[in-house]
Design a protein. Structure first.
Ligand code: AMP
Length: 283
């Protein structure tokens, strides 16, 4: 496995792999890797001849009052995990390598990026789309791997890839969870012991949504209200949003049918966690 810190060296190493006839898979991450990230790397390893993992805490996707400076970083540990999961190249640039002083160009996926997480994190998906477009241009992968945990992100990036003709396949990998259901996340490291216990309210609320739909609930607004109550019953939790939505448009779902997206963003203490489920509605 090789580490590249510059765009130029990453491009050269990918070009060498291509000249050997290998297909290229890209797994974009912000580091502090866990089993969720590694599931993406292993999937890429199984499907591609040359696997690139990018590790870059992207300043563009953090708001002014968010946790950019505090975001956990441990490149040495991450490199060992990447190697163990079968990565060939880790691309880990400094911010100045990605954003030169005159940087002025952004990618905005209209509409989709303003709903759900976009309401309290304006500019977040613009930052994500911009950095991922750059990574797609640098690596030019055949396939790029993203986690379902960030469902809205997968939708925004699929739209971007289609609209800007990137000509690659976007692969979405199921959410990897701890035993008690909490979705793995780098931000779980912020949780104190009582907060860690309280954080299972997200998964429990998704389970409640499944149960209510299975027992016949078909009213999206009523379901949403029940789920919100369930989160609010946890004293350490504060709702950012609870959404029962169309999985393509992210607009609120009124009468439930087909597949519905239940998506949550919840502050546990000061840590904002997200989770979601795609639920098939019987009948
Ligand atoms: P991040 O480092 O948080 O930007 O995440 C990098 C990639 O890993 C994104 O595509 C995430 O959706 C994905 N990811 C993060 N956590 C998980 C998880 N628990 N299960 C599956 N994928 C995940």
């Amino acid at each position: 496995m090789v580490l590249a810190a510059t765009i130029r060296s990453a491009r050269e190493l990918v070009a060498q792999a291509r000249s050997r006839g290998l297909s290229v898979g890209l797994v974009p991450t912000m580091g502090c890797l866990h089993e969720g990230h590694l599931a993406l790397v292993r999937r890429a390893r199984a499907e591609c001849g040359f696997v690139v993992v990018s590790i870059f805490v992207n300043p563009l996707q953090f708001g002014p009052r968010e946790d950019l400076a505090a975001y956990p970083r441990d490149l040495r540990r991450d490199l060992g995990l990447c190697e163990g999961a079968g990565a060939d190249l880790v691309f880990s640039p400094e911010p100045a390598e990605m954003y030169s002083p005159g940087f002025r160009t952004h990618v905005e996926v209209e509409g989709l990026g303003r709903l759900l997480c976009g309401v309290t994190r304006p500019g977040h998906f613009r930052g994500v789309a911009t950095v991922v477009a750059k990574l797609f241009n640098i690596v030019q992968p055949d396939r790029a791997y993203f986690g379902q945990k960030d469902y809205q992100q997968t939708l925004v990036l699929r739209r971007m890839a289609a609209d800007l003709s990137f000509g690659l396949e976007i692969v979405v990998v199921p959410t990897v969870r701890h035993e008690d259901g909490l979705a793995m996340s780098s931000r779980n490291a912020y949780l104190g012991a009582d907060e860690r216990a309280a954080a299972t309210v997200l998964f429990e609320t998704l389970q409640l949504a499944r149960e209510l739909i299975a027992s016949g609930e078909r009213d999206g607004r009523r379901l949403r209200a029940r789920l919100q109550e369930n989160v609010e019953a946890q004293a350490l939790a504060r709702v950012d949003y609870v959404a029962v939505a169309d999985p393509e448009t992210l607009e609120p779902a009124a009468a439930l049918s087909g597949t519905v997206l239940v998506a949550l963003a919840v502050f546990i203490g000061r840590t904002r966690l997200i989770d979601n489920a795609l639920i098939s509605v019987p009948g």
